[in-house]
Design a protein around this ligand. Structure first.
Ligand code: HEM
Length: 218
């Protein structure tokens, strides 16, 4: 067995794959949120930014392939680690009282599923235009404005962004632990860092559909 296969077969190896792919996904999410906030600078800024991304041609496809591979590895290792955990405890505790687990950690898996459904809808909404009433390949600003006219779509995005925030809070914190970067302390700085990443990403994304619905962006 090659060392790569031995690494992947171990629980620690899968956790490291989760942490490293998680870092790549967090990087994308932060960059995407900052890019999207250009909606507040107007149509020219937003459409110019989207046109610039498309002009990078092959580079864009390399980034997309990397992102796709990271997402697949992240999900596959999450599912496998869950199955390994379940196999280690075939019968549930008679009484379960979570001690240090937070709301975020308990909802991590449900949140992950909501996010997976969200991504499929989102690609059809703003990239392929399948679920969009008046999609244009060049007018990204207009796509976002028209795409958020329905209160139901906005509600779905708001729920998905809350799941993303909770997923990031727990995920970033778990990643610090896996990579051995946490300090032994009752309120470690890494926990605050994870909380701030989650709040900033949640607020930055949620602001856009809500601003469209309230007519602040139009
Ligand atoms: C309110 C929140 C969001 C808004 C307004 C938004 C907006 C957009 C828009 C307009 C595009 C198309 C860009 C273009 O064709 O130039 C896009 C693409 C995309 N978004 Fe989002 N997005 C949001 C949240 C998210 C989140 C949370 C994720 C991931 C967790 C995400 C992942 C993606 C991906 C993977 C693409 C495809 C990128 C590509 O073309 O390769 N988005 N988004």
């Amino acid at each position: 067995m090659s060392w790569q296969m031995r690494f992947w077969s171990s629980t620690v190896g899968k956790k490291v794959v989760m942490a490293v792919t998680g870092i790549m996904l967090v990087g994308f999410v932060i960059a995407h949120m900052l890019g999207n906030l250009q909606m507040f600078l107007g149509a020219d800024a937003m459409n110019g930014y989207a046109a610039f991304l498309k002009s990078t041609g092959e580079l864009l496809w390399v980034a997309r392939a990397g992102l796709f591979a990271a997402a697949v590895l992240h999900i596959v290792s999450a599912v496998q680690l869950t199955l390994i955990n379940r196999a280690a405890r075939p019968t549930e505790y008679a009484k379960r009282e979570p001690q240090v687990s937070t709301l975020a950690s308990r909802t991590l898996r449900v949140g992950g599923v909501i996010l997976a459904v969200f991504i499929v809808y989102h690609l059809g909404h703003f990239t392929l235009g399948t679920f969009h009433p008046a999609f244009s390949h060049t007018g990204v600003y207009g796509n976002v404005i028209i795409g958020f006219q329905s209160v139901w779509v906005v509600l779905f995005y708001v729920i998905a962004m809350a799941s993303l925030g909770m997923h990031l809070f727990h995920g970033v914190w778990a990643g610090f632990r896996t990579l051995g970067l946490q300090k032994r302390s009752a309120s470690p700085i890494q926990r605050s860092a994870a909380l701030w990443v989650a709040i900033i990403v949640w607020a930055g994304f949620t602001a856009i559909p809500v601003a469209v619905l309230l007519g602040i962006l139009n």
